[in-house]
Design a protein around this ligand. Structure first.
Ligand code: TYD
Ligand code: MG
Length: 454
């Protein structure tokens, strides 16, 4: 009988039935190793060959009790968790190195400990002294959080079994080392099997576990992605290193809404929650300048206003520059093409720079119209009215499409003192009073309405 062997790539996690020098999945060399942990079951027999025990079945109606939750008492964090930390749940917090994951989790650990949970923080990256130093800096040195610097998973599980904490924080999953898997810490098989051991241990013992996962540069993902399906909740901690704002985003949550965000600010004393992000993102805005547009955006269930800035200048190069920060480069090219071919606003021979202020990253198509407005405003050297917000999706034909949650966007704009909104025409008019609507059917109509006949 053929032996069932499994090989996987340490860089991207692709699996193969035979070894090769180069991974077909990601193109990396020498990254494929045999997966001993995942090799065939006892003596290569299929599972159906021997009898297991029968599982008890239930119906869809009988309700299990809601699992208990503990709130951290930090609104931004609790909302992203869907209303607090669920007992016996497994979470993954991913993010770039240095973005503030350890800081966030140490602060969260202290909060949960204060609210009655027994919390153990295990660091595989820093010594006890380093974590204690950070705790002092955050003013948390008196918190009843227990601390250990360890990487051997067997020792960690033994300790957790004896201590019986309510919450264990593992910083980070890439540094954990399971001695029954024969590959280096940080490799896909190690990360996968460590996360699996921790998750099953947590479920069995009624403990919650939060694992930190670094997003690596090339494979983006080698670490956290292979773990995502095992855990209940996946949060990503994002932000630009040079900016103080950080966004905690839930991309998967079995116990709450996905795509919810929490906004934090990195200060000298750790992360502070930002309760009114729009006000902060707009606070640095000076007098209205050409190329600056306020976009009424939506992140998760929250509306958030932010500033989109464009600069258009004659290019000294034969190949003009298109540079974009905080938005999608492909989408920018599309908007430029639509402006050029449907509205007669050419950008040939012009360098174009686009920036979302405050280090925010926007992925909503609803920002199309705000981007187009910023581009035309910069090109024409004509500022938009300072009390206007802009949103709307642009299609390739140049038509404007209405976007979701128009009313919430308008309400947020109104709350922050904006008195008009430039947006697509829509069948059902939003029921918001006190804000003037300037609506257009297509992009050409919008350019004419806002910048006049050209
Ligand atoms: P850290 O939590 O170590 O990041 P990660 O665990 O994601 O790798 O924090 C990284 C940065 O945060 C570090 O460059 C210093 C900065 N920082 C502050 O600005 N204020 C603080 O109070 C702390 C603790 C860190
Ligand atoms: Mg860290």
């Amino acid at each position: 009988m053929a032996k069932d062997l499994s090989y996987s790539c340490n860089a991207c996690g692709a699996t193969f039935s035979k070894w090769s020098g180069r991974c077909d999945g990601c193109g990396a060399w020498n990254t494929i190793t045999e997966d001993k942990a995942l090799a065939s079951g006892p003596k290569g027999k299929t599972l159906g060959a021997s009898r297991g025990k029968a599982i008890s079945l239930t119906d869809l109606e009988t309700q299990e009790k809601e699992p208990p939750r503990t709130e951290a008492g930090v609104g931004e964090l609790d909302r992203v968790l869907g209303g607090g930390l669920v007992k016996a749940s497994a979470l993954l917090v991913g993010g770039d190195p240095g973005i503030g994951k350890s800081t966030l989790l140490l602060q969260a650990a202290a909060r949960f400990a204060r609210n009655g949970l027994k919390v153990i923080y295990i660091s595989g990256e820093e010594s006890n002294a380093q974590v204690q130093m950070r705790a002092r800096r955050l003013g948390l040195e008196k918190s009843p959080v227990m601390l250990a610097a360890a990487t051997n998973l067997r020792d960690i599980l033994t300790t957790l079994e004896a201590e019986k904490p309510d919450l264990a924080i593992i910083d980070s999953i890439q540094t954990m080392w399971a001695d029954n898997v024969d590959s280096a810490p940080g490799s896909v098989s190690q990360v996968r099997s460590s996360a699996h051991e921790l998750t099953t241990f947590a479920k069995r013992n009624g403990m919650s576990v939060i694992m930190v996962g670094h997003v690596t540069k090339e494979g983006a993902i080698a670490g956290p992605r292979v773990v995502e399906h095992m855990v209940d909740t996946v949060l990503y901690f994002e932000g630009e290193r040079g900016h103080q704002f950080r966004i905690l985003r839930s991309v998967k949550n079995r116990f709450g809404p996905a795509d919810e965000i929490g906004v934090f600010e990195m200060t000298g004393k750790g992360l502070a929650e930002v309760k009114n992000p729009s006000a902060i993102f707009l606070s640095e805005r000076g007098t209205p300048a050409p190329g600056s547009v306020v976009f009424a955006g939506l992140e998760g269930t929250r509306t958030m206003l932010c500033e989109i800035q464009a600069l258009v200048a004659p290019s000294p190069h034969s190949q003009p520059r298109r540079s974009v920060v905080g938005w999608d480069g492909g989408r920018l090219a599309m908007i430029l093409a639509v402006l050029e071919s449907r509205c007669g606003v050419p950008f040939t021979g012009l360098d174009v720079y686009l920036n979302v202020a405050g280090g925010l990253r926007i992925s909503e198509p609803a920002a199309d119209l705000a981007v187009a407005a910023a581009l035309v405003s910069a090109r024409e050297d004509a500022a938009l009215p300072s009390e206007a917000v802009v949103f709307g999706e642009i299609s390739l034909s140049g038509a404007l499409r209405p976007v979701v949650q128009t009313e919430n966007r308008l309400k947020e704009a109104q709350k922050l003192g904006f008195t008009s909104a430039i947006m697509p025409q829509q069948a059902k008019q939003p029921a918001v009073s006190g804000i003037g609507l300037r609506q257009a059917v297509d992009l050409a109509g919008f350019v004419e309405e806002v910048f006049g006949a050209r």
